[in-house]
Ligand binder design. Sequence first.
Ligand SMILES: NC(=O)c1ccc[n+]([C@@H]2O[C@H](COP(=O)([O-])OP(=O)(O)OC[C@H]3O[C@@H](n4cnc5c(N)ncnc54)[C@H](OP(=O)(O)O)[C@@H]3O)[C@@H](O)[C@H]2O)c1
Length: 277
Amino acid sequence: MSEAQHTPLPSALLLMGAGKMGAAMLQGWLKTGLPGKSVTIIDPRPSDHVTALADAHGCAVNPDTATIGPQDVLVIAVKPQMLDAAAGMLRQVASSNTLIISVMAGKTIADMRSRLPQCERFIRAMPNTPAAVGRGITGMAASESVSAVERSVATRLLSGIGKVEWLRGEHEIDMVTAVSGSGPAYVFYLVECLAKAGAAAGLEPDLAMRLARATIEGAGELLHQDAAAASTLRENVTSPGGTTAAALAVLMADDGLAPLMRHAVDAAKRRAAELAG
Ligand SMILES: NC(=O)c1ccc[n+]([C@@H]2O[C@H](COP(=O)([O-])OP(=O)(O)OC[C@H]3O[C@@H](n4cnc5c(N)ncnc54)[C@H](OP(=O)(O)O)[C@@H]3O)[C@@H](O)[C@H]2O)c1
């Protein structure tokens, strides 16, 4: 059991924004033992799923702000453009002891600090969409005043939606965004490309799509279940002079997939930096 799993969970946590990512986190927290009574959810239109979870576990949903006590942890999961609209309420429920965890893309710790001047402890987290099935990965960076215990609390909370990696600093968030934040879309596009190539090779398009989709699902599951390096798994299915080797000679050529992926990741990283201003 990791050190974070022994860290006590917060006794008062407020989730601001219970959309796709907020709901995934909420589900993860409740599954991993956070008592629903310690959770307050703020969202103008909570989904049926969130309402059902909140009802089943006794979470407070949109209570009168005046009745919300001091919070140990605030998790901000609104769209970045909604931060200003949410900041007034956040200021009312946050104190200098509150740990602020934001998953907002493109909003820096400095952006949050300027909206919440009374707060000192900020964590910026970048999860990804497989969080919805508990198989995400989140890169996290903390401001200097965040303690080791608070990092463990954040690790425990974000572990509810998958794996957690601590970064050397906030400057790495844009790189994490470019690799794992945007990465699921690259994999979905790979499915599309493989299916189109199968159809171009003569397969019926629907069959080509079923083959491509199941191949990526299965390969992902193998990666999940087998700790071997990706290169080892690749080599294990590549016989010298065989069909896979013929395809890989194209993909691994100097002008193949590797330089293309470098360009793609670089483009995402530059865009993340632009969006963060
Ligand atoms: N989805 C991902 O894979 C992913 C990955 C990494 C980071 N993120 C970050 O996670 C954040 C949320 O993304 P999402 O995909 O979950 O978006 P989303 O589904 O649109 O969720 C945002 C939620 O916040 C609610 N909201 C709007 N204004 C609010 C306010 N003032 N106070 C409280 N709640 C408010 C929205 O309600 P309405 O819909 O009624 O406006 C919505 O339910 C974003 O900042 C995004 O950058 C998401």
